[in-house]
Design a protein around this ligand. Structure first.
Ligand code: NAD
Ligand code: MN
Length: 347
C-alpha cells in the first residue's frame, strides 16, 4: 500500500472525544505507516434521532473504499425503539468481520509485584451461534414457549480457528485453548471443537506444529480465568461464550477505558474500544483515550504495520506506568487532551 485510507466513525457520547484522539496519535506516527487519509463517517443513536437512520448507506459504501476503520461507541436505548438496531452489529455482518479479537494484558504499576499477570487474547467468532437472532415464540401446555437457533458451521469455525492459530504464532507462549461445552452440546459445540482442531491439517505442512493445543469446557474456563488467568494465552470461542469471556477477562485488568479490540475479516479490519458511549462523562473532556489508541495499534498490527503498532503501544504503556498522566477513571486528574499530548510526546 502506498496510501492508507482510514474510516472514522466516532458514533455517540465519548466516541466523539476518543476517536479524534486516536486519529491524532496515528498521524503522529509519520513514516512508520503509509501516507494516511482519514474519512469522517456517521452512525449511531444520535444520528438516528436526527435522521431516522442509524447506519446510512453512504457510511457503508464509504467504508468499502477504506482499508480499515476506527469505531467509537454507540448508545443503545434500553427499551426497544422501532426502526433502531445497533449499527455495530450490522457493520460486522455487512463487512464480514468474522473475528472479534480482544487482548487483555495487565501491567503492574511501577514497583508493584503482579502475582497474577494476565496476558491473553480472546478470539471470538463474530457471525454465528445464538447471534443469528432467529428466535420465535409459541404457546404450549407450559404456557409461552420461546426458542432460538444456534448455528455453528464448519466454515466459520475453521476460519476463526485459522485466525486464532495465526495470532498464536506471533506470541511467545503459543498456548491455544479451545472453549466449548461439547460434553452437553455434542453436535454444535462438538462441530466447533472438531473444526478448530482440523485447521492445522488444512494449512501447509507443520505451520502450527509448535502451538500447544488445549481445550476447556466453558464454565470451568471462567472459573480458572478468575483463579489463574496466567495459564491462558490464546482463547478461541464461539460467539456467546467469547462475548462473556472477553468481558470477564477485561474485568481482571481494571478500567474499561484501557481495553481495545478489533473486528477483523479477510478484507477489512475495524478497531473499536471495548467501552460504550459513557453518557455520564460525555462532553467533559475527561474520557480516557487509551483504549481507542490501543485499538488503532491493533488495527495497524493486523494490517502488518508492526513498527507503528509497537510504537503506539509502547507510548501508551509509558504514559500509564512512567509518566502516569491519568484520566479520572484511573484515579488521575488529567484530561483527554493531556493524555493525548503525553502519548504524542512519547511517540
Ligand atoms: P460504558 O462503557 O459506556 O460506561 C461504563 C462506565 O465506564 C461509565 O461509568 C463510564 O463513565 C466509564 N467509562 C467507559 N469508558 C470510559 C473511558 N474511555 N474513559 C473513562 N471512563 C469510561 O457502558 P454503559 O454505561 O453500560 O453504557 C453506556 C451506553 O453505551 C449505552 O447506551 C450502551 O448501550 C452503550 N454501549 C455501547 C457499546 C459499543 O458501542 N460497542 C458497548 C457497551 C455499551
Ligand atoms: Mn459484550
Amino acid at each position: 500500500r502506498s496510501k492508507l485510507r482510514v474510516g472514522l466513525i466516532p458514533g455517540d457520547g465519548i466516541g466523539a472525544e476518543v476517536i479524534p484522539a486516536a486519529r491524532r496519535a496515528i498521524e503522529a506516527l509519520g513514516s512508520d505507516i503509509p501516507k494516511t487519509e482519514f474519512v469522517d463517517l456517521e452512525a449511531g443513536f444520535e444520528l438516528f434521532a436526527r435522521s431516522g437512520d442509524a447506519l446510512p448507506e453512504e457510511t457503508v459504501e464509504a467504508l468499502g473504499e477504506c482499508d480499515c476503520a476506527l469505531f467509537g461507541a454507540v448508545s443503545s436505548p434500553i427499551k426497544k425503539i422501532t426502526g433502531y438496531s445497533s449499527p455495530i452489529v450490522a457493520l460486522r455482518k455487512k463487512l464480514d468481520l468474522y473475528a472479534n479479537v480482544r487482548p487483555v494484558v495487565s501491567v503492574a504499576a511501577k514497583g508493584a509485584e503482579d502475582t497474577k499477570p494476565v496476558d491473553l487474547v480472546v478470539v471470538r467468532e463474530n457471525t454465528e451461534c445464538l447471534y443469528v437472532k432467529q428466535e420465535s415464540q409459541t404457546t404450549s401446555e407450559r404456557g409461552k414457549e420461546a426458542r432460538a437457533i444456534r448455528l455453528i458451521t464448519e466454515y466459520a469455525s475453521q476460519r476463526i480457528g485459522k485466525m486464532a492459530f495465526e495470532l498464536a504464532l506471533g506470541r511467545p507462549r503459543q498456548v491455544f485453548t479451545i472453549i466449548h461445552k461439547s460434553n452437553v452440546l455434542s453436535v454444535t459445540d462438538g462441530l466447533f471443537r472438531e473444526s478448530v482442531r482440523s485447521v492445522p491439517r488444512l494449512v501447509e505442512n507443520g505451520r502450527y506444529d509448535n502451538v500447544k493445543i488445549e481445550e476447556q469446557i466453558v464454565d470451568s474456563a471462567v472459573y480458572r480465568l478468575f483463579r489463574e488467568p496466567q495459564i491462558y494465552d490464546v482463547m478461541v470461542a464461539p460467539n456467546l461464550y467469547g462475548d462473556i469471556i472477553s468481558d470477564a477477562a477485561a474485568a481482571l485488568v481494571g478500567s474499561l477505558g484501557l481495553v481495545p479490540s478489533i473486528n477483523a475479516g479477510d478484507n477489512f479490519v475495524m478497531g473499536e474500544p471495548v467501552h460504550g458511549s459513557a453518557p455520564d462523562i460525555a462532553g467533559q473532556g475527561i474520557a480516557n483515550p487509551l483504549a481507542s489508541i490501543r485499538s488503532a495499534a491493533l488495527m495497524l498490527r493486523h494490517l502488518g504495520y508492526t513498527s507503528g503498532a509497537d510504537r503506539l503501544e509502547r507510548a501508551v504503556n509509558e504514559v500509564l506506568y512512567e509518566a502516569q498522566v491519568l484520566t479520572p477513571d484511573m484515579g488521575g486528574k488529567s484530561k483527554t487532551q493531556d493524555v493525548l499530548d503525553e502519548v504524542i510526546r512519547r511517540l
